[in-house]
Design a protein around this ligand. Structure first.
Ligand code: PGA
Length: 252
């Protein structure tokens, strides 16, 4: 079944200045407009969100969201605060946030608070290392179940899953996962989803890959990985690389 292609830019804590953020967003806007059949989402640091306007085919996302609103949580931004800034997506459970102490219960709460405000959560999952016995499967299964069990089918239909093996993040195309390994993980993720929801819905949940996606490997990852798109970190903060990635996905 042909699914919609989606490319998400995770700028992390870049760029350093407002000026550079505006420049990078302008470039992303042009690239997104040129890309056919691709939905582009830019997730900048939250402070830059009010500077940007969403467009057709170009959406805004937040890199994080609080699990609760209206509480005394210093430094947190709630889902309802993001909505007026045209935010449509939110990354939840990124490994860099899990490393800062975000646990599975917090991830589950964040998913729910995003959904309650009409935001689409991008649930990040991924093992820290690969073992030969396949124990990483159990990690992925646990991360999916703890975040999604208990949600309604209508809610799960609005979730995206980003498979991001931690060992492949922040390197270069040569160190990224191989397309056939991505394909195997996608099959496993869909199988796990069918334990929670109807197959017809499980088949429609977009599954993205993230971890050293660059212009050099994106086409083969798309063609042979059977993913719906990508969560792109460092390469999304370089206008030329991001444009090449969108072009490749558009042509794939
Ligand atoms: P990377 O990051 O593309 O720099 O590996 C991906 C991510 O962490 O989302």
């Amino acid at each position: 079944m042909a699914r919609k292609k989606i490319v998400i830019a995770n700028w992390k804590s870049y760029p350093a200045t407002k000026r550079d953020a505006l420049k990078l967003f302008t470039a992303a806007k042009k690239s997104a407009a040129r890309a056919r059949n691709v939905t582009t989402v830019v997730c900048p640091p939250v402070i830059f969100l009010p500077l940007f306007t969403a467009r057709r085919k170009l959406f805004l996302g937040s890199q994080n969201v609080s699990g609760e609103g209206g509480v005394a949580h210093t430094g947190e931004v709630s889902a309802s605060m993001l909505v007026p800034f045209q935010v449509a997506y939110v990354i939840v459970g990124h490994s860099e946030r899990r490393a800062l102490g975000e646990d599975e219960a917090m991830v589950a709460k964040k998913i729910r608070s995003a959904l309650a405000e009409g935001l689409q959560p991008i649930l990040c999952i991924g093992e820290a290392e690969r073992d030969t016995e396949g124990a990483y499967h159990e990690i992925l299964r646990q991360e999916i179940r703890s975040a999604l069990v208990g949600l309604s089918s209508a809610e799960i239909r609005r979730v995206l899953i980003a498979y991001e093996p931690i060992w492949a993040i922040g390197k270069s195309a040569a160190d990224a996962m191989k397309p056939e390994e991505v394909h195997e993980a996608v099959i496993f993720i869909r199988k796990t989803l069918t334990e929670i929801i109807d197959r017809s819905i499980a088949e429609r949940v977009p599954i993205l890959y993230g971890g050293s996606v660059e212009s050099d490997n994106v086409a083969s990852l798309y063609t042979y990985g059977d993913v719906d798109g990508f969560l792109v970190g460092h390469a999304s903060t370089d206008a030329k690389s991001f444009n090449e990635i969108l072009e490749s996905v558009s042509n794939a």
